[in-house]
Design a protein around this ligand. Sequence first.
Ligand code: PLP
Length: 438
Amino acid sequence: MSQTIALAPAPVDDPAPDLLHRRDGALRMEGVPLTRIAEAVGTPFYAYSAQALRAGYTALSGAVAPHGVDVCFAVKANSNIHVLSEFARLGCGMDIVSGGEMARALAAGVPAERIIFSGVGKTEAEIRAALLAGLHQINVESPAELEVVAAVARDLGQSAPVALRVNPDVDALTHAKITTARKDSKFGIAIGEIPALYAAAAMRPELNMVGLAVHIGSQILDLAPFRRAWAAMAGLVRDLRAAGQQVGRLDLGGGLGVGGDGHSGPDLAEYARIIADTVGGMGLALNVEPGRWLCARAGVMVARVIYTKPGDGADFAIVDAAMNDLMRPALYDARHAVEPLAPPRQVGATTPCRLVGPICESSDDFGTYQGLGPLQAGDLLAFRDAGAYGAAMSSTYNSRDLIPEVLVDGAQFRVIRRRVGIDEALQLEQPGPWQRAG
Ligand SMILES: *Cc1c(COP(=O)(O)O)cnc(C)c1O
């Protein structure tokens, strides 16, 4: 049978353009028809292409490694340990933001000395665990946190490897809810306060001041803000060094955006060139910590249409996935391209479809789509670019299941997180003893 619809053209830097393709009309991930996974695990589910995960890491590290830049995966984008282990096997480091993520990275086989601990609110217990594990670096985001790191390190008889996270006051030109380095942001320490804090910290034996870190936001498509932020960091490193401080490392953050919806995606060579232009040749050990770029395009979420009903301007298709499974549209207006697993019934102009979930919130709405054809109950749809901030952000809101995650590798697939249903959830809830009577 001939192809009835073309998939959207692959972005310039798509690490694995073939990860989703059609054969005889049926949408496949690598060698596996997605309908086969739907039959095996039920819907909705997430599926990740192992080949795309590996190709993404290889492409990104291939672009930046010649400039001496190390790649750490931001675990929060997709924290399944069997996804992490795909990266770990290739030598990728990890950027974590909690003790839970540290446990995951270690369980995935990442050596402690390849792990950086970021985050604005690390607890004393998390800091202690990090120092005991021997992590590579703790990125400290406030003078108050620095005091806790110092106290714990003193207690353990250690000298804690610390970088200060700088707020360079740069607008990342992305969605406001994923912008992290404007002056009013909760993240980091204002750039003007760094020299005094760094100098004071460097005097303390329990602190080993290794350098600086910056992270300006997420889903950044225009690379100019990176240039501004990293140029500011280079200036700060020069100032600190001129004042006699040793600054050995610079963590450049994550945030590299993923194309789609008409944007071809940032150019990796350009990204690498900006690093070289701004902070190259300074004798700094450099790293980046992308999450989304490394895994978004490797994943899809597959959902089934439960009902259709006429709507105003667009027909509704109520699907069995919802904002608890894929929160990005509700959280920050993200839009995921959608492919039907079977070719659409009708080619050409049809009524647009508004894809919504079953949850009792109006924000449980994936958006309005053209070209899906008239949908019917039972139809299967793949939400593309769902490998980052999808399953990792999911919840059981409305007492829904945590949906399965499946890893595809060539012709094989495997459930790497099984469905967690209501029976297990109910076991977590115990009555107060006084509630038992009656
Ligand atoms: C979230 C985060 C990242 C990863 O962001 P992406 O947009 O997924 O690349 C990197 N570093 C820090 C400190 C973060 O908070």
